[in-house]
Design a protein around this ligand. Structure first.
Ligand SMILES: [Zn+2]
Length: 266
């Protein structure tokens, strides 16, 4: 008797009803790369002791007559397009390899504040901005990835314009926009979003001294995606984000390859 009861749900899981199958046909999507390439000009935080280093191990013909190329790389975790794992600002919170894939692969909402940031490089996304977005595009669902578009990626890789200052070792004179604390609380604590992404160097604005947004996000195990690019190529809603960081065990972050799948117009 009990086996008959058990079999039916199992069959339903294996054979979804007609029309319910989730088939991902990439021909119906435009693929957008949200990632800056890593190279010698990649921007790191001013206090970072080093940047991206690629050391050539071999490039050319081998003694056995075939071509062979290989490099060694060395990079601080936090530079270029990268992940902030929750442990970056949250003791005991998730490290890079522990972040559930559901927080790295999710639908995006793109909030565009580029007009406001053009007038004020210290602009912070406000609670009102989020509410205004929601009044036009609907409430942000839990589990969504929020991408804040400031327009700052157009300055990449010019360190002085992108960060607002290029004094090595001094992070106190930076000027660039990002999330504000109240908006972050709304998104993280009330909307329960999966991740916060931005096209500037930090999910806190340049003049932040207390990294309030990082701490609000970390507290809820919400990762950050920083130094994204091409956010202008995304719709306010409808894109699927795949943001896969290097799986560094115990890592506080790391290099990130982020892409978007945007439904193509039929
Ligand atoms: Zn970071």
């Amino acid at each position: 008797m009990s086996s008959r009861i058990l079999i039916l749900p199992v069959l339903l899981l294996w054979f979804p009803a007609p029309g319910a199958a989730q088939e991902l046909d990439l021909a119906h999507y435009r693929l957008v790369d949200l990632t800056h390439a890593f190279n010698a000009r990649t921007i790191y935080w001013p206090t970072s002791p080093s940047g991206f280093r690629l050391e050539q191990l071999h490039h050319g013909a081998t003694a056995d007559g075939y071509f062979y190329s290989a490099n060694a790389l060395c990079t601080p975790e936090h530079g270029g397009t990268h992940l902030d794992a929750p442990i970056h600002f949250g003791e005991g919170r998730l490290t890079a390899e522990q972040i559930p894939l559901q927080q790295l692969i999710a639908p995006a909402v793109v909030i565009d504040v580029s007009e406001k940031t053009a007038r004020d490089p210290d602009y912070r996304l406000s609670r009102g901005d989020v509410q205004e977005f929601e009044s036009r595009y609907g409430q942000i669902e839990s589990g969504a990835i929020v991408l804040l578009r400031t327009g700052w990626s157009r300055y990449w890789p010019d360190r002085k314009t992108y960060l607002g200052d290029d004094t090595a070792g001094d992070a106190s004179r930076l000027h660039f926009p990002s999330y504000g604390e109240a908006a972050a609380r709304l998104l993280v604590q009330e909307r329960k979003v999966a991740a916060l992404g931005v096209d500037t160097a930090s999910i806190d604005y340049g003049q932040s001294a207390d990294f309030a947004v990082h701490r609000v996000a970390a507290e809820q195990n919400v990762p950050g995606f920083e130094n994204l690019t091409e956010l202008g190529a995304l719709p306010e809603r409808g894109a699927l984000i795949i943001a896969l960081p290097m799986k560094i065990e115990g890592g506080s972050g790391g290099p990130l390859r982020a892409i978007a799948l945007v439904p193509a117009h039929r």
